[in-house]
Ligand binder design. Sequence first.
Ligand SMILES: [Zn+2]
Length: 464
Amino acid sequence: MKITFWGAARTVTGSMHHLQVDGKNYLLDCGLYQGRRKDAEHRNRDLPFPARSIEAVVLSHAHIDHSGNLPTLVRNGFDGPIYTTPPTVDLCQSMLRDTAHIQESDTKFVNKRLERRHRSGGEMVEPLYTMEDAEKTLPLLRPVKYHTPQQVGASFSYQAYDAGHMLGSSAVVLEVEGQRLIFSGDVGRVHLPILRDPEVMPTADYLIMESTYGDRLHKDEGLVADRLADVINRTAARGGKIIVPAFAVGRTQQLVLLLHELTDRNRIPRIPLFVDSPLAVNVTDAFRKNSDYFDAETRAYLLNNGDPFGFKMLTYIREAAESKKLNDLHGPFVVISASGMCEAGRILHHLRNNIEDPRNTVLITGFQAENTLGRKLVEKWPEVNIFGEPMRVRAEVASLLELSGHADQRELIEWLAPVSPNLKKIFLVHGEPPAQQALAKLIEERYRIPVAIPARGESFNPGL
Ligand SMILES: [Zn+2]
């Protein structure tokens, strides 16, 4: 067995690990790399191996940084099975189509500008992949339930465990030539709305482990529902609007469920709630279809109260024209829209229309990366640019970061405990170097297990 780390190596995006077993090639994840435009273009487009040589892919979960480059693999000739959990298959239907749509429309926009510049017909850019490539990828997805051993090659099988990170997310236990290798995927947290807690993992010989929050501890700021109710109540009392940037997949459904519960219990006034995102609409249908995978609380809710993602005060908005109508509507109301870091999409229009009014609140619900508009809002910049125009931030900015889907340092160390007794080596992936170094140090002190932090393209032969 040989492992080569091609993505999420000393960074948090583009998860992709190449496994060679018995002279055959397999991939763990095939995610989209997001970073500086030039790097991203090259890394996503130029695969470091022939796509045709890959026999099969095992996919940990639907997030685009894990699944989003599968259509490039298919575009380059891969036609083998992509094994993953049933909810991940359903989520990928809308997420991969959505990503293909973005690739196509971004390219169209760039080409239009190029055309205007060189009327004679200069070089045009091509999308990373098209809707057709995405459509060819979807039938290759093979649903395999948690705890169902799946044979992948002659001496290679795996079983998925619930990682508690998003609906259908898995930590993958691989049995390769008599050795056990675990790939953590993204490790979640206990008590997240909708999701089951991360499962207790078995022992293993080798571990590929994520390290996003390897140097951080999540703050415990009390119950998320209480804090959400406070924000809604004080904004509603001012007659303001609550603008919530949120990832369409996962975070939006968690917020809808929390707001549904708060409304039922009369802990917040009956104000309208809008989910303004076509992707969120489609993904919510995939959630409804996979209620078997919810945690016990959400299943009980479903039984007693009906659809957790639909209630009288809630409207889902698909069309842009409907979204624009919200501009003329008076508060109080809540609008949840993407993108989660306020970098693109409809949320920018809502921010532009509402950020200068002190009655309103912008409610941040997830990690905001450096240089994003969301980060500037969290850091309380007095003025920000939206669509190139300077705007004064007079709305309240509140944060609700308890919904983070990633384990922090203490939770990662706890997740590792049952895996650790016979571990020979840990490979840390999916983290920025300072987070990885901090976590490596702690693991070496606590468990006395050697830790490697592989660079992109680095290979290891475990067992040799
Ligand atoms: Zn993830």
